[in-house]
Design a protein. Structure first.
Length: 318
């Protein structure tokens, strides 16, 4: 891995309040897809900064403690109270959400732009890409980063917050077109494109410009495409505690794996566009393991590099 590479993640930080019918007590965990990705990237060895919004309140203090304890630097904007998401778990551990959330960088805009300019890779997604007024700042930061950084994007769609798919779809496609790496779930793509299969939607996104597009399908496992190569594999078999943060863990694993291959940062873009099938298989397996570990424990508890092991474990024993 390029140890000099720094990553800036732009997006929401919030507190997940989890109602589990299997447990008499309500649990609270730091959350928000970008926050989870930032923590996951840091745990996997990437120097990471999160550009986020949360307040100096009780929930904000818990987010600050979580980020600092995971070696994530923070640039904080906005003035509204810290956002929350109530996650209700089904019998299978899958979560459905209701939100009390805002997204605005306000006076942190200049500092955020400086952090993005110093990064080799920039990631964004989820609510920060579609919720006004901060979505415009997010798109501007991502667009400006293309000259010196690679960009990744995960729409992580939340219809409960932005229910008008006709408005959301073109904004999502703007972010896809500005990105080198895009990851989405089958649920995202079925909501965005009900007249297409998720794979058809993913292939259409590849035509918009990204080098790598990834589809997560829960227990069915991921599919990753480039213009030359397709890799598909089943999910890792684990006892699922819950699925909170699984997609974010996959995204962090994807970023870490690609960093280890030297394909992040503007200097790595050419290699990113010419990954071999073996390299892409290794990337997919690494991210797949990351998601499985997160599913095996409560909340968005993403794995460390030690837990994941080598990017190509088989090659070490061959």
């Amino acid at each position: 891995m390029n140890t000099e590479l720094s990553v800036s993640v732009i997006g929401e930080a919030l507190v997940d309040i989890i109602n589990d019918p299997r447990s008499p007590q309500t649990q609270t965990h730091p959350g928000g897809s970008p926050l989870n990705v930032a923590v996951g990237a840091s745990r996997l060895g990437l120097r990471t900064t999160l550009v986020a919004h949360y307040a100096d309140d009780t929930h904000g203090a818990s987010l600050e403690k979580h980020l600092r304890s995971n070696n994530v630097d923070v640039i904080k904007g906005g003035s509204a109270p810290t956002s929350t998401a109530i996650a209700t778990l089904g019998a299978d551990g899958a979560a459905t959400y209701t939100f009390d959330i805002s997204w605005d960088l306000d006076d942190a805009w200049t500092t955020a732009a400086e952090a993005v300019r110093s990064a080799g890779h920039v990631h964004t997604g989820s609510i920060a890409s579609v919720l006004a007024p901060g979505d415009e700042h997010t798109l501007s930061l991502v667009g400006a980063a293309r000259e010196w950084a690679t960009v990744s994007f995960d729409p992580n769609c939340r219809p409960a917050i932005s229910p008008d798919v006709e408005l959301v779809r073109p904004r999502i496609e703007q972010f896809v077109a500005a990105s080198d790496i895009v990851k989405a779930s089958d649920e995202d793509l079925l909501w965005l494109y009900p007249d297409r299969t998720p794979l058809e939607a993913l292939e259409a996104w590849l035509d918009l410009g990204p080098a790598v597009v990834a589809l997560t399908r829960g227990a069915a496992g991921p599919v990753i495409l480039t213009r030359q190569v397709r890799v598909e594999m089943p999910a890792v078999s684990v006892v699922v505690v819950d699925t909170v943060g699984a997609g974010d863990s996959f995204m962090a694993g994807l970023m870490s794996a690609l960093a280890q291959l030297g394909t992040l940062g503007a200097v790595g873009r050419e290699k990113l566009n010419s990954l071999s099938k073996d390299e892409l298989s290794g990337v997919a397996a690494y991210a797949n393991r990351a998601a499985a570990i997160t599913c095996s424990r409560a909340g968005a508890n993403l794995p460390t590099a030690v837990e994941l092991g080598s990017l190509f474990p088989c090659s070490e024993t061959a």
